[in-house]
Design a protein around this ligand. Structure first.
Ligand SMILES: NC(=O)C1=CN([C@@H]2O[C@H](COP(=O)(O)OP(=O)(O)OC[C@H]3O[C@@H](n4cnc5c(N)ncnc54)[C@H](OP(=O)(O)O)[C@@H]3O)[C@@H](O)[C@H]2O)C=CC1
Ligand SMILES: CC(=O)N[C@@H](CCC(=O)OP(=O)(O)O)C(=O)O
Length: 344
């Protein structure tokens, strides 16, 4: 059994980790933290977990109990993993961080986008960006894994086949993305209120969203050079889901795009290239650790449109975190993650 600690157990990604790990045959959650709900039983707060974690209570985050775990997941706002990671790593615990603390390679760039100094630049060398479809081999031996953000997962998986093959006009890539409201977390904020977010849709962060440097970092590695990216996130009236509509110019008309995408992902258990002409829906991935893709070339022109959908809380966060754990602990990557989506 893998002994697991979760820091930030009351948030949306924390409780999603609990839901997924409840079905995992090799996982045992030993510690789950919350500063605001210390002493409260997990099942009293989340009755969907009754019968799975009946004795487990939230405790204050402390490195002594967390350091006795084999792996600690951070499902916390940025900055928390920075402060706790070094001590846990020294205790021999692996870290899987769902926050953005270790996603950017460059500490100065991180500070610029997150508005605070990087709290652990000395650990960046050992951090592995946990997008298994790109970095599976590095994840196997990683002790510190940075789980990609939700938008970055949907966008990178949609664009990788074209960029790796050198087929795209890398100067002008557009990622037009829609997110459900759970992407903003469980913390109270006016923008997440029912009356503010229902029956309406709006773009935000057009001038520059903190996922822009993360997406660009991944795309540039895939393309082997600079990438010009316009990223426009939108808030949409649904609870879960990311829908990314990706626009890329591909001048070469001899290429069979459907075959290229199918080949790139043929051995990936969590990327589904749908039949030509498909329009993947966010509800087709709700609750499941999967990215569904479709590639289109409207009116046979130069402009290619890729559609990419994920559940932000699963392939966009907690499911991808468990996928990384499976790889890092030498388990079958699909362990505990093979259930289909909830549809309708
Ligand atoms: N929601 C999503 O779709 C996605 C989220 N992420 C990232 O995952 C992380 C968690 O997100 P989410 O679950 O939505 O966030 P929530 O706001 O829903 O939950 C945050 C959790 O962290 C705990 N926490 C807050 N501050 C601290 C602190 N200083 N020390 C220890 N624990 C703390 C909170 O509990 P308490 O205050 O009681 O301790 C709570 O349990 C974030 O970094 C987010 O950006 C990544 C991909 C997708
Ligand atoms: C709808 C919504 O608000 N989404 C969040 C992104 C999701 C997320 O939590 O991203 P990180 O893990 O990188 O922080 C946002 O735009 O800030």
């Amino acid at each position: 059994m893998i002994k697991i600690g979760i820091v930030g157990g009351t948030g949306y990604t924390g409780v999603e980790l609990l839901r997924l790990l409840a079905q995992h045959p090799q996982a045992h959650v030993e510690v789950i933290t919350s500063r605001s709900e210390t002493g409260v039983r997990v099942v009293d707060m989340y009755p969907n977990l009754r019968g799975h974690y009946d004795k487990l209570c939230f405790s204050v985050p402390d490195n002594e109990s967390l350091g006795r775990c084999d792996v600690v997941f951070f499902a916390t706002p940025h900055g928390v993993a920075h402060a706790m990671a070094a001590e846990l790593l020294a205790a021999g615990t692996r870290i899987i961080d769902l926050s953005a603390d270790f996603r950017l390679r460059d500490a100065a760039e991180w500070s610029q986008w997150y508005g605070q100094p990087h709290g652990a630049p000395e650990l960046l060398d050992q951090a592995v960006y946990g997008l298994p479809e790109v970095n599976r081999d590095a994840v196997r031996s990683a002790r510190l894994i940075a789980v990609p953000g939700c938008y970055p997962t949907a966008v990178q998986l949609g664009l990788l086949p074209l960029l790796e093959a050198g087929l795209a006009d890398n100067e002008r890539i557009i990622a037009d993305c829609k997110s459900g409201v759970s992407g903003a977390g469980r913390g109270a904020s006016v923008g997440s209120l029912f009356c503010e977010s229902t029956e309406s849709m709006k773009a935000y962060g057009v001038a520059g969203h903190r996922h822009l440097p993360e997406i660009r970092q991944g795309l540039q590695a895939a393309a082997g050079g600079p990438v010009g990216l316009t990223f426009v996130p939108h808030l949409t009236p649904m609870i879960r889901g990311i829908h990314a509509t990706l626009h890329v110019s591909v001048k070469d008309h001899s290429i069979d795009l459907q075959a290229l995408f199918e080949k790139r992902y043929e051995s990936e258990p969590f990327v589904d290239v749908m039949p030509a002409g498909s329009h993947p829906e966010t509800r087709s991935v709700r609750g499941a650790n999967i990215c569904r893709l479709a590639v289109h070339r409207p009116q046979s022109g130069d402009q290619v449109v890729i559609l990419s959908v994920i559940d932000n809380l699963v392939k966009g966060a907690s499911g991808q975190a468990v996928q990384n754990m499976n790889i890092a602990f030498g388990l079958d990557e699909k362990t505990g993650l093979s259930h289909p989506a909830l549809m309708p």
